[in-house]
Design a binder for this molecule. Sequence first.
Ligand SMILES: Nc1ncnc2c1ncn2[C@@H]1O[C@H](COP(=O)(O)OP(=O)(O)O)[C@@H](O)[C@H]1O
Ligand SMILES: O=P(O)(O)O[C@H]1O[C@H](CO)[C@@H](O[C@H]2O[C@H](CO)[C@@H](O)[C@H](O)[C@H]2O)[C@H](O)[C@H]1O
Length: 417
Amino acid sequence: MGTTTHMPESLLPALWQLAQGARWFAGRSRGGRPEGVTLGRWLTPASSGVGIRSAVLEVLFDSGERERYHVPLTYRPVSEAVAPELARADVDGSEFSVGELCDDPAAASLLLDLLRDGAPGFESFGEIPTGLVARRFTGEQSNTSLFFGTSLVCKVFRRLEEGSNVDVELHRALAGTGSVAEIHGVWSDGDVDLAIITEALAQPEDGYDLACEHARRSSSFDDHAHALGATLAAVHETLAERLGTESRQAPALRATLERRFVAAAAEAPEVGPYRDAIASTWGALPETFPTQRIHGDCHLGQVLLSAGHWRYVDFEGEPLKTLEERREPDSRWRDVAGMLRSFDYAAAAGEATAAWLAGTRQAFLAGYGLPDGQERALLAAFEADKAVYEVIYERRNRPHLIHVPIDSLNRLAGETR
Ligand SMILES: Nc1ncnc2c1ncn2[C@@H]1O[C@H](COP(=O)(O)OP(=O)(O)O)[C@@H](O)[C@H]1O
Ligand SMILES: O=P(O)(O)O[C@H]1O[C@H](CO)[C@@H](O[C@H]2O[C@H](CO)[C@@H](O)[C@H](O)[C@H]2O)[C@H](O)[C@H]1O
């Protein structure tokens, strides 16, 4: 990235205001103030008619944490502006309207062409056709995806990480396995990844929607759950093979689980009464267990069914974890637990019977490979941990759903009583 300037072309207040209203800004309830804007190199200069370059907004939070957010920009002559105007900029004596590239489809298509043709910072992994029409994804997400025709999707990362982005690392590692969308390219600036381009899956069906629909109709989801389990096992095998394995001791995991519980209880008093039930899962942990890179935020909203095959998407890990935590090797049973929790949500949404839920869980585990005794202990501890995480997540984002993880903590307390 270029130099940090404190009020370049009045972009600092404009980008700060943009962040305040954006789904991708993870800082609304954390205080904080904008510290600076860094402008990247021009991919094409403003004088060419459509200037393109990235801006990075640096934010300092009350806690002392700093985060950096990425906003790709377009500079167009004022009378030809396409995206809502963020600011006016004087470049070499001419005035330009600065907008978000994600809201300027022609500029987004141009960006793809420039990357494909060897713009600095682009690493190509697969074919990128020219002249594809861009469309901003309008569904819920924490970054911003641009679909190009029916063949590619470019996920523009918003909260930037030092070093390689976790999603990029894991898509690279899983290339060619058929369990993720194929990676076609990565756009970086120095050692910071700005965007990943992958294959756009054909007519994707969202795993959560599909499971809820089955739950609602009381129709069996077992075959899908079995295939989801088998695909997750393949993902884990490949990640272990290509990125290695380590091991971890129970006391370290116990300390982490306890720390997460204490932090959660401080924010959500409703989890306090479940401490003993949850702590009983920590007591049963195996002394040593293998760890490796995992998905990290595995749930039905992270799987897409396309052409009859399940693919896992979005390997960025839990949004509430720090970037360092997301990169740490973990037990693969954490992912398995995440998906089991998700069946609970689908069952609640579809008002399914206990038998539907039990059958779905069993089919998923059979597809994954049934856990042995020690693995069952890990699974129970991770399911409880995830439910506690969900209480916080729902409290902050969807209070009307908080009963789903609370009901499952109630069940856990009933079982351990
Ligand atoms: N390769 C793909 N092909 C088609 N749709 C996709 C693909 N990857 C993701 N999606 C859709 O885009 C949504 C957001 O993608 P995701 O990677 O989860 O973004 P974020 O990390 O910003 O939340 C997904 O829920 C899915 O509906
Ligand atoms: O997709 P994200 O990485 O942003 O994940 C976060 O949001 C999820 C909700 O969109 C949340 O998932 C929880 O709700 C799902 C149903 O909407 C359910 O399938 C999951 O099991 C449940 O955890 C996820 O926890 C959060 O990290």
